[in-house]
Ligand binder design. Structure first.
Ligand SMILES: Nc1ncnc2c1ncn2[C@@H]1O[C@H](COP(=O)(O)OP(=O)(O)OP(=O)(O)O)[C@@H](O)[C@H]1O
Ligand SMILES: [Mg+2]
Length: 311
């Protein structure tokens, strides 16, 4: 699959893998591909940030290389590591063979920091040429960057701006063709400007009702359209409330699957009350919605449906 040549084509590429992007996101993705710039996606949980990278990799026929960030992530886990055990074994073997002449020692020392003893981690692997069956550069997903710390962000700068990694004991590895780089953050803290400046930035917002409906139709096609519409209206209504944690698209999809499993054909207060845990993950939020509030929203949806079928 070739790189899309327009925003429309980018939208189609994403849609072919059931990803429903709005125009702004499709534009950001198109530009990231065209200009070979990393794409920085920030937004609420469950709004489709990680999914973009998966869908792009599948759509482009590229390998997905994923770096899941966490507190304390270091270069050894993210970029590369020397295989110390193998290096030591090599030294012992040389000693056993009595290779103690000065020339042999130097040769051994030089060889210890060569490709043979290098363990590639995601960042380094993403800069290497694609290996079969892949024929195009990989998609590198640096997921949840806000979970790491600032020194790691600083380390990323070389990768993001020059698509290269300097390995002091060996050489600088530079990508022939840059990978497609997607970074995501849930904004539990601000990412440094220096990182953002090297990227195309896009805020992934909750979808409009129309787009969320299309997402549910694609992801849970077995559910009847009427039910899916009610589900979306309900979730969108919840998002206008002052809750501790609003439901994301992921929750809308999960709730749809749950209601389908319960053979529901329409929302009713009891079913909603019994399944709120699919949408809300904090007891305080559930307590606020359960009961009268849930009944109010269901009633509102019913009267809207009645009004639209009457008119
Ligand atoms: N625009 C969309 N089109 C299709 N599916 C979507 C869309 N947005 C979200 N989804 C679906 O919602 C689910 C959650 O998406 P994803 O894991 O990418 O969210 P996220 O933003 O990375 O969340 P988190 O911040 O919690 O990691 C996935 O199953 C994904 O398929
Ligand atoms: Mg994610």
């Amino acid at each position: 699959m070739t790189t899309p040549t327009s925003i429309d084509a980018t939208e189609q590429l994403l849609a072919s893998r059931d990803y429903v992007a709005d125009r702004q996101l499709a534009t950001a993705v198109f530009l990231a591909l065209k200009l070979q710039r990393p794409l920085f996606l920030e937004g609420e949980p469950g709004t489709g940030k990680t999914e973009i990278a998966k869908v792009l990799a599948a759509g482009l026929g590229a390998e997905l290389i994923r770096l899941q960030c966490y507190e304390g992530l270091d270069i050894g886990a993210a970029a590369y590591e020397w295989n110390h055990a193998r290096q030591i074994m090599e030294i012992r073997l040389a000693e056993a063979a009595h290779e103690t002449a000065a020339g042999a020692r130097e040769q051994l020392a030089a060889g210890l920091f060569s490709e043979r003893f290098l363990i590639e981690r995601p960042l380094l692997r993403a800069l290497r040429p694609p290996t079969l069956p892949y024929r195009v550069p990989p998609v590198l997903l640096i997921d949840e960057l806000d979970r790491t710390d600032e020194p790691f962000e600083a380390y990323l700068l070389e990768v993001l701006s020059d698509f290269q990694i300097t390995i002091p004991e060996w050489k600088t590895v530079k990508a022939d063709t840059p990978p497609v780089v997607i970074l995501t953050s849930n904004r539990t803290r601000e990412i440094h400007d220096a990182v953002k400046r090297r990227c195309i930035y896009h805020w992934v917002d909750y979808p409009s009702a129309a787009r969320e409906f299309e997402i549910v139709r694609r992801k849970v096609p077995q559910a009847q359209a009427a039910l899916s519409r009610q589900i979306v209206v309900f979730v969108q209504e919840l998002r206008t409330m002052d809750l501790y944690k609003l439901p994301g698209v992921a929750e809308t999809i999960e709730w749809s699957r749950a209601l389908l499993a319960l053979d529901a054909v329409a929302l009713d207060p009891e079913t909603v009350n019994n399944t709120l845990g699919m949408l809300l993950k904090y007891q305080d939020d559930i307590a606020r919605v359960q009961g009268s509030e849930a009944a109010r929203i269901v009633e509102k949806i019913r009267s809207e449906v009645a009004a639209s079928s009457a008119g």
